[in-house]
Ligand binder design. Structure first.
Ligand SMILES: Cc1ncc(COP(=O)(O)O)c(C=O)c1O
Length: 401
């Protein structure tokens, strides 16, 4: 008998997929066994996509806009993105030369990394952090250099420490504010100093601003675009998933320099040819239509954030910072893990099976996430209270033993 042997390339074996989906699967399995699980693991708005956005897609379907569009997206949408960037950042991007629509911000991250990284280049990225940064950089052959975010540094990157990490091989610094999973927002001074550092060293900043409008306590969001002396070295990644509750539509975008743009478009061309045509029509309506649904969602996230903080404060032995953006609290549970001798992943699985509540283990966001769990507040106030009270019960039982 001939046994066919095959090998999977190491770049695929080593690719780190997003573990949030694995935890969700585990929680669903527990539900099939009859366990009632409160879901605080997934980073996805629980709101419906606003009606006028859905209507725009339905209208596009009726008009038979069901064909390929240009690879970087339909001109109307790129124009709408350029208008938005002008309005929000006061920066001029040309829709023809700078703006590309992608299949989610995740594809944007991948395509940018593939477009500019050479084998051996170094990418500094926040860790714990959204896993696509390191996966995409490693896939492109780069060395991934994590910048450790902790409660003690306010979950924010600082220029001083970054300057010690930069080498002649460094090509990109990734920023993500508001931050997943930490719920932090970078202060203006940190952003400004990092921009100056990057300009001095001629580095690119990849700024992932997908949570930009989801910000609390009347804080302001600061982008590298606010401080860059020219936009050529700032690559903006954003998307529609979080802001407009459009995760399933798979739409993001990149604003990038004219020099890199054709190469980025080439990568997108090979990957997907173009984003979904009628979804792009919906995105035009999202950007140009009323923004009240966004403000309403943000107000609701802020209320939920307060509930998360209120409930977590009742639990002894946890450390956390009040989240100021995105919809996550990142909670230090190392004290509890030390007592039970388990990893954050084992703890999270125990909580699903034995207490009916699902969180994301910190290591889903990189090794530096060990000791933490991420609590998503993209769920109702009732469920947030129920879920965190289940955590309280678990912690009390463990610590009381
Ligand atoms: C920080 C960050 N960037 C990008 C994404 C990707 O979003 P999407 O591909 O749905 O646009 C996510 C999704 O969770 C995220 O948390």
């Amino acid at each position: 008998m001939v046994v066919e042997s095959f090998s999977i390339p190491s770049r695929i074996v080593n690719l780190r997929a997003e573990a949030a989906f694995t935890v969700l699967e585990k929680a669903k399995l527990a539900e099939r066994k009859g366990i009632d699980v409160v879901h605080l693991e997934i980073g996805e708005p629980d709101f419906d996509t606003p009606r006028h956005i859905k209507e725009a897609a339905i209208e596009a379907l009726r008009r038979n806009e069901t064909h390929y569009t240009p690879t970087p997206g339909m001109p109307e949408l790129r124009e709408a993105v350029a208008e938005y960037l002008r309005e929000v950042y006061g920066v001029d991007f040309d829709w023809k030369d700078n703006i590309a629509i992608t299949v989610g911000a995740k594809q944007a991250v991948f395509a940018v990394m593939l477009s500019i990284l050479e084998e051996g280049d170094e990418v500094i990225y926040p860790e714990p952090g959204y896993p696509a940064y390191s996966s995409a950089a490693a896939y492109a052959g780069a060395r991934t250099i994590p910048y450790r975010l902790t409660i003690d540094n306010g979950f924010s990157m600082k220029a001083e420490k970054l300057s010690e990490m930069i080498t002649p091989k460094t090509k990109i610094i990734v920023l993500n504010s508001p931050n997943n999973p930490c719920g932090s927002v970078m202060p203006s001074q940190d952003v400004k100093e990092i921009v100056e550092l990057a300009e001095d060293h001629k580095l690119y900043i990849l700024s992932d601003e997908i949570y930009r409008p989801i910000i609390f306590d009347d804080l302001q969001h600061y982008s590298p675009l606010n401080y860059a002396s020219h936009t050529d070295r700032v690559i903006l990644v954003d998307g529609f998933s979080k802001r407009y509750a459009m995760t399933g539509w798979r739409l993001g975008y990149v604003a990038i320099s004219k020099e890199i743009y054709p190469y980025l478009v080439k990568v997108l061309n090979i990957m997907t040819s173009c984003p979904v045509s009628f979804a792009q029509r919906a995105a035009v309506a999202a950007l140009r239509g009323p923004q009240e649904p966004v403000y309403d969602m943000v107000r609701e996230y802020e209320k939920r954030r307060d509930v998360v903080v209120e409930e977590l404060s009742k639990i002894q032995g946890l450390r956390f910072i009040k989240p100021t953006g995105a919809f996550y609290a990142f909670v230090d549970v190392s004290h509890i893990l030390g007592k039970i001798g388990k990893s954050s992943e084992e703890f999270v699985l125990d909580l699903i099976e034995n207490y009916g509540v699902a969180f994301l283990h910190g290591t889903a966001m990189g090794d530096y996430g060990e000791g933490y769990i991420r609590i998503s507040f993209a769920n109702s106030v009732d469920n947030i209270r129920r879920g965190i009270r289940r955590l309280k019960q678990a912690v009390e039982e463990i610590m009381g033993e």
